[in-house]
Design a protein around this ligand. Structure first.
Ligand SMILES: *Cc1c(COP(=O)(O)O)cnc(C)c1O
Length: 360
């Protein structure tokens, strides 16, 4: 039996999208970013597909890395947030995970650690995002400390993250890249700068390692561009079905708060998907939905288990008919736009209730 709401995964698209990343960065090593349960697609499933095709993967947290190792994942794993306490450092050691070093407290913990093994690290420069990383003279001081640290593999590698790369017209990205290049120019060690947006839009930022995330899952990292324009294919398509179809008279209000009022008599469709599945609560009336492969507008407020659609254009639609919320045939960027968000939050927001099915 088909579940009410399910996410169909086209894992071949992952490989296709990875090839696109490689075409843009033919000389770079690939660190596939699979944090947050591989952007909602399933950490171990995605790691298995990518394992033979990438040089390394990255996750945000130590526990995500441990999960990969416990499942037998044998490629390098970088923990982008590094570690925050000695216990986490121990886990990095035990499971052979690489760490991003972004504050002096971490360096102090590295110095106090005694263990036979060495940890591989990335030293992070903050080029203006003001999130993680060292700035100015601190970066160079941190570098010197790490060079004297016996517990790490030498030399430390060098990393940064761009704050404005998702806007191709932003004049602040080139200075950020230049700031990184200047800071690391006298240091040995591999470099990494580019996320998906930089891979696709900022060739000067490619460096030795690239870190594609969202693009692997077939989404555009840019606000004003859809995936197909970048030759990316969606991995996840979110599906449900109509569970009721009913006539609606002009003047009737639909859903909580009666936000949407029917202007002329129509047929209303009720779809079994809601914010309890991860469909965005703030999607506005008019958000496109595919019913039987054709676009209809979502109307009224999104509730926990259901949304409603105007079936004016589909006189034959009936309960049981297939519905697509995003993915193949309906760009997720459109849904993100209509809900004032970005594709990342939609993918990460898929809940436990949604059954994940791998396309054969
Ligand atoms: C999440 C993340 C990435 C990947 O970003 P995308 O926009 O998904 O490509 C790369 N680097 C760092 C440090 C990240 O946190």
């Amino acid at each position: 039996m088909i579940p009410a709401a399910y996410a169909l995964l086209n894992l071949d698209a992952l490989t296709h999208n990875l090839q696109v990343a490689k075409q843009h960065a033919p000389d770079a090593k690939i660190m596939a970013v699979i944090k947050a349960n591989a952007y909602g697609h399933g950490l171990l499933r995605v790691a298995e597909v990518l394992r033979r095709q990438v040089d390394a993967v990255a996750v945000a947290r130590v526990d995500e890395g441990v999960r990969l190792r416990k499942a037998g994942f044998d490629k390098p794993v970088t923990v982008l947030e590094g570690f925050v306490c000695a216990d986490e450092l121990k886990l990095l050691d035990q499971y052979g995970l690489d760490a991003v070093i972004h504050c002096f407290e971490q360096i102090e913990m590295l110095r106090q650690r005694h263990g036979p093994g060495k940890i591989s690290v990335w030293l992070k420069l903050d080029v203006g995002m003001n999130r993680l990383g060292f700035k100015g003279a601190d970066f160079h001081q941190a570098y010197r400390h790490l060079r004297q640290c016996f517990g790490i593999n030498q030399p430390p590698r060098l990393i940064t993250h761009l704050a404005y790369a998702d806007d191709l017209n932003d004049s602040r990205t080139s200075p950020q890249v230049a700031l990184f290049n200047e800071a690391v120019k006298d240091y040995p060690g591999e470099r990494s700068v580019a996320n998906s947006a930089a891979i696709l839009g900022w060739p000067d930022a490619l460096a030795d390692w690239v870190r594609p995330g969202i693009m692997l899952f077939g989404c555009s990292p840019f606000v004003d561009r859809e995936a197909w324009q970048l030759n990316l294919k969606p991995v996840m398509s979110l599906h449900s079905r109509l569970i009721a179809v009913k006539p609606l008279a002009a003047g009737e209000a639909v859903g909580y708060g009666g936000d949407w009022v029917c202007e002329k008599a129509t047929r209303l469709g009720v779809v079994a998907i809601g914010y309890g599945d991860g469909y965005p609560r703030y999607a506005k009336s008019g958000t496109p939905v595919l019913v039987n492969g054709k676009v209809v507008p979502m109307v009224g407020r999104v509730s926990m288990d259901m949304i409603t659609v105007d079936l004016q254009s589909q006189p034959d639609a009936k309960p049981g008919d297939p519905v697509t919320l995003w993915g193949e045939g309906l760009a997720i960027e459109k849904i993100a736009m209509a809900a004032d968000t970005i594709p990342y939050t939609l993918l990460c927001g898929i809940t436990q209730r949604v059954q994940i099915i791998e396309r054969a």
